[in-house]
Design a protein. Structure first.
Length: 318
């Protein structure tokens, strides 16, 4: 060692009780040739470093065990941390992600929604959004993202997670497809169709229901089933509805009052069903006005025939 130069080494030393301690020995040669050494116990610092490493390992394991993707980035959009799931979903490796920004994982409207959500996080503290992840091979996967603003080393950052909702999206599309099919079937029924809950709130109906009654969808939504009948008929209709909810009953003929006050004779049949977890009444009706008219014409013909028969009988007797 040259005069004036100093060296720093770590050494294990034995305490009086026989235990070993890691120390830092700083030595320097003095002008008179002697050495000056300062020994510092590094036990606490090393223990603290080991604790930090254990905590980091734990947080890494927790983040990697999350069911979805995890990401942590600064205001400039630079990724500071992420989990393995982000690499698996996107197909990009650690080096590639480190040089990317969040918008690089999206296209079109999805990119616009994600950028808007990121701005909202830094402005308001929290935001969520749905968008399709576009992986390295071009695969699109629907995800739901939620993020919050946090302070990290005195700087505002964004911390967020995302979960795969592609199964839910497929189920929603299937539900919409089935609903479109059922709507098509309902709208092509020869008569009216209606569905309402125990409180009398209409949930579904077909176009024939609107056309024959003359009411608009907004009006029907605000109406109760008994509103389609005259005052002297309402108690009977209420009793009929209660009977249907308590068991199967045969169909009946009723006179439905349309918007302009016109009465339409219907043969209706109803049944109680469970719809979306609620007790509801589903019914269908057929306009029997033509049949009624035919029956009345027949009755009139019968009366005319009877009158003519009686007249002829009187002539014969005279």
């Amino acid at each position: 060692m040259r005069q004036g130069n100093s060296t720093i080494r770590q050494r294990k030393m034995k305490r009086k009780d026989g235990s070993l301690v890691i120390t830092e020995v700083r030595s320097q040669q003095l002008p008179d040739g002697r050495f000056l050494s300062v020994v510092r116990d590094l036990s606490e610092r090393i223990a603290a470093q080991q604790q930090i490493e254990r905590e980091k390992d734990l947080s890494d394991n927790l983040i990697d065990a999350l069911p979805g993707v995890f990401y942590f980035l600064n205001r400039e959009g630079k990724f500071l941390r992420w989990n393995k799931q982000l690499e698996l979903v996107t197909g990009y490796n650690e080096t590639e992600i480190a040089g990317m920004s969040p918008s690089d994982f999206f296209e079109g409207e999805g990119r616009e929604r994600i950028n808007a959500a990121a701005r909202k996080v830094f402005e308001e503290g929290v935001a969520d959004s749905e968008a399709e992840f576009v992986s390295k091979d071009g695969t699109h996967t629907a995800y739901y993202f939620k993020a919050i603003r946090v302070e990290y080393n005195g700087v505002p950052c964004l911390l967020g997670t995302g979960i795969d909702i592609s199964d839910r999206k497929r189920a929603e599309r299937l539900v919409l497809k089935e609903r479109d099919l059922s709507d098509s079937i309902i709208d092509n029924l020869p008569g009216i169709f209606y569905l309402y809950d125990r409180q009398g709130h209409f949930l579904r109906w077909n176009r024939n229901f609107e056309e024959l009654t003359g009411y608009t969808p907004d009006e029907i939504r605000k109406m109760h089933p008994v509103d389609f009948y005259d005052e002297d008929e309402k108690d009977k209709i209420r009793a009929r509805i209660d009977e249907v909810f308590h068991g199967k009953v045969p169909g009946i003929e009723v006179n439905v009052r349309a918007k302009g006050g016109r009465h339409i004779p219907f043969y209706i049949n109803s049944m109680a069903i469970d719809y979306e977890g609620k007790d509801c009444l589903m019914g269908m009706g057929i306009d029997v006005a033509e049949r009624k008219k035919t029956e009345e014409e027949l009755q009139e013909s019968y009366r005319a025939v009877r009158t003519l028969t009686g007249y002829l009988q009187n002539i014969r007797e005279q």
